[in-house]
Design a protein around this ligand. Sequence first.
Ligand code: NAD
Ligand code: ZN
Length: 390
Amino acid sequence: MPVELLSSALVHTVDSIELPPLGEGVFGRAERRDEYPIVVTRSPEETVERLLRLVGDANVALITDETVERLYGSLVVGALEKAGTAVEVAAVPAGERHKTLGQACDLLDWLTGTQIGRRDVVVNLGGGVVIDMGGWVAASYMRGVPYVNLPTTLIGQVDAGIGGKVAVNHLVAKNLIGGFAQPRAVISDISFLRTTGIRQLRAGLAESIKKAIIASPAYWALIEASADAVLAGDSEALAALVHGAGAIKAELIERDPYEDDSRRTLGFGHAIAHPLETVTSYSELLHGEAVAFGMAVELQLAAARHLLPPARHERILDLLRRVGLPTTSAELPAAVDGPRLIAATERIRLIRGGGYRFVLPIDLGETVIADDVTPSELREALRRCGVELR
Ligand SMILES: NC(=O)c1ccc[n+]([C@@H]2O[C@H](COP(=O)([O-])OP(=O)(O)OC[C@H]3O[C@@H](n4cnc5c(N)ncnc54)[C@H](O)[C@@H]3O)[C@@H](O)[C@H]2O)c1
Ligand SMILES: [Zn+2]
């Protein structure tokens, strides 16, 4: 067909690609840079207004859990629909036990029956479970549909919503099945936190305190000064806490978005927290409670190596205790089977390949990563945190 008869939109020319000589190295390359706003809002109206600006005329698939749907579903969906946005809703059963591949597959099945296409938007409205699982579902469907996080728990707002780590659990290990997919935006509405209860606020504070220990004496000072107000649900204190966490996590993620650096510190507390959640069947402990205990164990490891002076050790434990987080096994809301915990920790070590890797604090904002912790050091630290080992 003569070229002039073709619409210019159909003509696609590329610079001719030369063939390299056979035997010459060929490399695949791909680069991607994501940038997204992380904002704090103070009412569902303000949240939906922000969301609408992001969504434009796209359709929305809203993933939530049954508890959050009951509390906020009609508020959010109603406001979106009022603005003319088509919304379809899936509410999964609430709780960590349901962050499974089976549940994620059900969500994928559900998406196939919706109007959602690659330019539409998945909105995750819920705690860390909905955020992690909904993010993975959005990242997998059609090789990736944009998603926006509206975290409704403090842990979701200070941690899970940000950073693009998406996953579901497996009986063998937590977050075993997952990937990286950054959200289009994170809108943390602190007004949602009014209904979470104090136990959830404490759990969120655990991930906040973690960030302060690994990266920011300034954030530590903010938490020390405002922890009581946070637990009392004070809006200003919550907004400052969530805003600070967003800034710290965004900075740490930018330095190492895909966890290429094995010497990452964001995992502080998690080398023990994750196996602890696995051996308590993802049911009795909140993630933040497991993290607090995991931090106590790593603090103990650091103290035993004389990296962490006793006064600093005590100061950190004091804050954890003051906000009501567990630092010994007796304070955990679930009985801990010591040998099973060791076995699950060992399994994670094998999955990762290599030695145990622990984050050992020296001072606020200063840590060392130790990959040479011996099994007997670990056992001793666990014992000192009250875990019985036969
Ligand atoms: N991806 C990450 O970087 C990252 C970081 C931290 C935690 N996480 C994950 O987050 C999960 C823990 O998050 P979570 O503690 O929010 O768990 P969750 O999502 O199970 O929420 C806890 C409970 O609170 C309820 N809830 C949620 N919002 C509520 C509200 N506003 N009012 C009343 N009840 C509400 C939920 O229905 C649930 O029963 C874990 O799976 C953890 O692995 C992920
Ligand atoms: Zn965590």
